[in-house]
Design a protein around this ligand. Sequence first.
Ligand code: URA
Length: 440
Amino acid sequence: MLPQEIIRKKRDGVVLSEPEISEFIAGLTNGQVTDAQAAAFAMAVFFRGMTMPERVVLTTSMMLSGNQIEWSDSPGPVLDKHSTGGIGDNVSLMLAPAVAACGGYVPMISGRGLGHTGGTLDKLDSIPGYASQPDIALFRKVVRETGTAIIGQTSDLAPADKKLYSIRDVTATVESIPLITASILSKKLAAGLQGLVMDVKTGSGAFMPTLEGSRELAQSLADVATGAGLPTTALITDMDEPLASAAGNAVEVMNAIEYLTGTHRDPRLHQVVLALGADMLLIGGLVQTLEEGFKKLDAAISSGAAAERFQRMVTALGGPADLMDHPQNYLPKAQVIVPVLANANGIVQSIATREIGLAVVALGGGRTRAEDGIDHSVGFTKLISVGTSVSNDTVLGFVHARTQTDAEAASAHLRRSYTIGDATPIMRPLIHDRFQGKGL
Ligand code: URA
């Protein structure tokens, strides 16, 4: 069928058939469908939506547009976690090695920072020598030998998504749940996983700020992935304040190393790591109950087994062999590190979390255009949480900046992001909801 006829049907609210969707995506991949047609299709889906079975076909067609990684020789279940993105969200850095220490195999393909949110790949690039884009043979070897490898997206996985996403990005069609679902999951399916846990963030620092939108996305991700043959559970976790007390790149790696070695462990972060990890172990059949998963994971973290896995992964990918012992010798440090004082009395009521992400971008720690370089050393540390009592000289956090001028601007930005008042704030739950995928 002609691409314009498929677009017309979707424009008029007709449910598309399997061949119509797969032909359209094949055409997009081989160039027979033009960018203009892809944009019109995306806009038609944006307004008309897609049924769950249509979403499954869109996702699998996009997955089939490129290579698929195969793990049939894996000694244990091949599992992954994917987050919709946030601030101080360095969960992957501790979760992947912790699950590996519990018998899972975690080939984690992660992305760069997007808008105000940080990206795991940028964080890992602050480790000197770490090969974040290895070839597939090295990726497979490291996963097999250490239980995990966290690397960047390769262009041969779901190329149709790459093409469609770049068109959505400039045609105001990113915020469509069927398109987001297919975009995220086509890459996860192509990675050959056997179980997936989705971390759908909600709150002021999330890509999907409302709980209602996050629920809709979580349900869609869990059901479509499971319907496409990848058992998936989605948790909705809070992003109404930074998750770790650090936000940036090297500072978040340092926070993760402190977490893994037990020097400092942010309590909210720890709860999210345990919740996501317990579900990963359950989906992989490594435990029988969530409670057992929590215990097993907690033991892997507190015994140092997860830290050891992280070090082995870093070494295998070319990073320093003593990173966990001497991270300060390797991670880039900012020229200027200054405390930001609260200049107010009261209790932290709320944190405009997106603003903190934007402040990291303004410091040079994130990008405004995909091709921009970033400064891995900048960001914030020791950020205090909602509910903390403060007085004038309480430190809200430390700014790590390239220059004094940047530090002053970031300090003002941070102070504006914190609302301090007299009321006792209503504390939001950390885990808002959980969806287990239903087969379609
Ligand atoms: N992340 C993705 O990979 N795709 C989307 O569409 C949105 C977020």
